[in-house]
Design a protein around this ligand. Structure first.
Ligand SMILES: NC(=O)c1ccc[n+]([C@@H]2O[C@H](COP(=O)([O-])OP(=O)(O)OC[C@H]3O[C@@H](n4cnc5c(N)ncnc54)[C@H](OP(=O)(O)O)[C@@H]3O)[C@@H](O)[C@H]2O)c1
Length: 497
């Protein structure tokens, strides 16, 4: 692995876009401001929009002011960072762009103690990945160079089904070795998500109860209160299953369900996650309705103001059948988890923004406090990913008074309270890992393919059967009423985060 002070160049495709503006540049600046970005570095940005380098730097200063976790302490410090930014306008489908990029890189590398590592970043719509990868190959920019490592970061979505994911992998494999390819799932860079592994494998007391003997069910929720905002056209092609379930929620499931890896290194960690994917019970195409449910939001309220339904959003077809809510019931067929249901749900325009994993344990085998009115809740452990990041364990306690009454209390750890300040953004950690060559928190090709394979029967059922149910729910609610019946079949109910 290259050391932290090796020079590097980052080349961003799609640099006039939303991701660069809201995530990449603010993250790069914050890394620089925190003195964690290896130096010397150069950032070469490219997109079709015509603008000068000066104009690009001005825009990036603005975006850092708006979105970065850390702010420039003075314009002088910003200028030192900005001196490393270059903008090369051009169409990613045009071979001429790559010759210009190569010249810019060579000039920078000569001036900055080259030959550095190069990291290409595809921050364009995925329809352009083919062109970018092919031109990087044909221009020689992807080729290994003496003294420097070349890598490529690919943004999600990695394909839109099993077949297209394989096609993208073939395209990548024709130009890059798998160890050069970094498939980013920004959920894996979140502090609380990384903490799942620390919580499980750096504490001795949880692992003995982390199995079917003690765990009754697992619920994974990624709820958004926002609608599709300006991304209606994109969302029409994606839907909740592709946009969230295939990547973020399945990754979370793997972190909860995986066996202890032999070390916290990319190979062992990703191998264990893959084993979970192999253990997930395949979905029977004839019985999709038993394990998957979809919904779409209608008009309602968000933060007390009226909002339109999905079909009235900009860029959405009036008769759209794209799901904005999806729920799955999955089983992990191995010794640890046999028979434990994993419920996954995600949706837009839900009652609140909340991502969490809730592990409900079995009740005590025998209850001696029978006279306590209302009974006693089973213990539960809730890992809050956002907002209010933290971990809470619910236990029964005696409530004050002469009677022996029991009630649930929460032993609650809150990141903000304990560590203070803003945790680093997921993109900061992930960019740094890609620069250093550590793919532990990135998705591997075989994992991605397995995830598409698992969901393909659901994708088929929802796209091919015109009558496949699409349950309506009111914006600002917790999803369709059918979702409550879906989980009630097993005797359970959804947690309210
Ligand atoms: N935005 C997010 O929050 C977010 C989150 C997770 C993942 N992603 C993924 O990150 C990638 C980039 O997202 P984004 O929201 O930044 O995308 P975007 O704003 O739609 O596009 C990025 C840039 O790509 C260029 N582009 C668009 N269509 C093009 C075309 N037909 N030919 C050539 N260039 C074209 C545009 O620049 P020019 O017009 O100047 O060429 C645009 O500014 C996508 O794969 C997305 O799925 C985004």
């Amino acid at each position: 692995m290259p050391s932290a002070d090796e020079p590097f160049a980052l080349i961003i495709f799609g640099a006039s876009g939303d991701l660069t503006r809201r995530k990449l540049m603010p993250a790069l600046w914050s890394l620089y401001a925190a003195r964690t970005l290896p130096e010397p570095f150069a950032i070469v940005a490219t997109a079709r929009t015509e603008m000068s380098g000066e104009e690009f730097r001005r825009r990036m200063r603005e975006t850092v002011g708006e979105f970065a976790r850390l702010q420039p302490p003075s314009e002088g410090v910003w200028e030192r960072f900005a001196a490393a930014l270059r903008y090369v306008p051009g169409d990613p489908a045009d071979a001429g762009l790559y010759a210009r990029l190569a010249r810019t890189l060579e000039t920078l590398e000569r001036a900055r103690a080259g030959p550095p590592n190069r990291l290409f970043y595809c921050a364009t719509p995925p329809s352009l990945y083919d062109d970018i990868i092919a031109h990087l190959g044909a221009s020689g920019l992807a080729a290994p160079r003496p003294g420097g490592v070349t890598r490529i970061v690919v943004e999600k979505p990695f394909g839109r089904d099993d077949a297209s994911a394989r096609a993208l992998d073939r395209q990548l494999a024709a130009t890059f070795h798998e160890e050069q390819v970094y498939r980013i799932d920004h959920y894996l860079g979140k502090e609380t998500v990384q903490n799942i592994l620390v919580f499980r494998f750096a504490n001795g007391i949880f692992e003995p109860v982390w199995n079917r003997n003690h765990v009754a069910e697992v619920q994974i929720t990624v709820a958004e209160s926002l609608g599709v905002e300006t991304r209606g056209a994109y969302y029409e092609e994606a839907g909740a299953l592709r946009d969230m379930m295939q990547n973020h929620l399945l990754q979370l499931l793997c972190l909860i369900a995986m066996e202890p890896p032999v070390s916290f290194d990319a190979g062992p960690v990703r191998d264990e996650k893959n084993k979970v994917m192999h253990a997930l019970r395949p979905i029977d195409a004839a019985r999709v309705e038993e394990v998957a449910l979809r919904g779409q939001y209608g008009p309602g309220f968000a933060e007390a103001r009226p909002v339109v339904g999905y079909r009235d959003e900009k860029g959405v077809a009036p008769g759209s059948r794209t799901e904005t809510y999806a729920a799955l019931r999955l089983l992990v067929d191995n010794w640890r988890w046999a028979g434990v249901p994993f419920y996954l749900r995600t949706g837009k325009r839900l009652a609140k923004r909340a991502s969490e994993i809730a592990i409900r344990f079995h009740r005590t085998p025998h209850m001696i406090f029978r006279r306590s009115p209302g009974g006693v809740e089973a213990n539960s452990l809730v890992i809050r990913i956002q907002p209010d990041e933290g971990i809470a364990l619910t236990v029964a306690a005696k409530t004050p008074g002469p009677d022996l009454r029991l009630g649930p209390v929460r032993l609650d750890f809150r990141y903000g309270e304990v560590f203070g300040g803003e945790p680093p953004e997921a993109y900061e950690r992930l960019l740094l890992d890609a620069i250093h060559g550590d793919p532990t928190l990135y998705a591997r090709a075989d994992w991605v393919e397995k995830a598409w394979q698992l969901l393909q029967p659901v994708l088929d059922a929802w796209s091919e059967a015109p009558g496949a149910p699409l349950c309506a729910y009111e914006a600002g609610s917790w999803g369709p009423a059918e979702a409550d019946r879906f989980i009630a079949r097993d005797g359970g109910s959804w947690r309210k985060p």
